[in-house]
Design a protein around this ligand. Sequence first.
Ligand code: SF4
Length: 365
Amino acid sequence: MIRGWCPGALRPMESGDGWVVRLRPPGGRLTGAQALAIADAAEARGNGVIELTGRANLQLRGVTPASHAPLIAALRAQGLIDADIATETRRNIIVTPFADAATDALAAELAAALAECDLPLPAKFGFAVDPGPAPVLGRDPADIRIEAGASGLCLRADGADRAAPYGGPQDALALARWFLDQGGAPEGRGRMAALTARTMPPGATLPAPAAAAAPQPGLHPQGMLVALEFGQIAPDALRRLGRLAPLRLTPWRMALIEGVRHLPAMQGLILDPGEPRLRLRACPGAPACPQAHAATRPMARALAPLIPDDAILHVSGCAKGCGWPRPADLTLTATGAGFDLIRHGRAHDPASLRGLDPDQLPKVL
Ligand code: SF4
């Protein structure tokens, strides 16, 4: 079942373990007080599961119709809730975790402009604020990207190899309007890359900056980048991190702990770039998702030691592939008749092998 929209805080989505409430912390950053409030709310108003998503959002699971209103009140007091659903939906911005004050200001200006505008953008249409020395968010979902070119900030439509000079959030909104005017979202759905495959946006004359290598967990000049197994963090771990320093959220199932040089060991946090669990992708699977044909994460964990160092294994509870909507080296898609194995594809792509029994998987891999 494809719903065509993402859950938000004000518009939760029903799942197998209750409502999923998704938060978009402003600027992709959590203060210590916000981290503590989220941890408390996840335990008191949900089932304690906190997940970092592929768009650097945080989602709380197991919320109920009765607990939703007090959860929203607690988080609104921390500045984590938008005024209304339309504003929340439009404020779909990923910010580089290596941000400085100028980057934070760019993201805040863009958020304010999006709150004011009335563009009927598709629910999944998003922006990346990524003006570091080399873009780090180029592999992550965004339709409009603010990056640093050779002679200043530039604005790049996703999929385009040329960019335009960026003069302010009005330029990002103009590019979004161009997307709509060009028919980029027939029936309210569509992505920029499909449009730029057909036509280039106006004014895109500058070369796009070269992307940085994918950031790895460990120490960075801005702090410690920690990976979360399957993007999950326990409330206690979030509290402990929040007491240390503000957190920057990433779309890589990692969080940057600002300014921290050393971290005490905490269960579920991965600091070693060679850790096999970093090569795993898996959606929540059964029993959390009603559409799942199997429990995905225990399966992925068990198979992790078999995955080559440079390969990604994606275990998906169904063909929708929420856990990794891109090609993976190996994908196991649960079906009503066992697992399908897809090589170098997505969860719904044609399978090399079909109907595998879970006991066969180690040998097959
Ligand atoms: S991919 Fe996983 S989380 Fe998504 S609908 Fe299928 S079983 Fe559910």
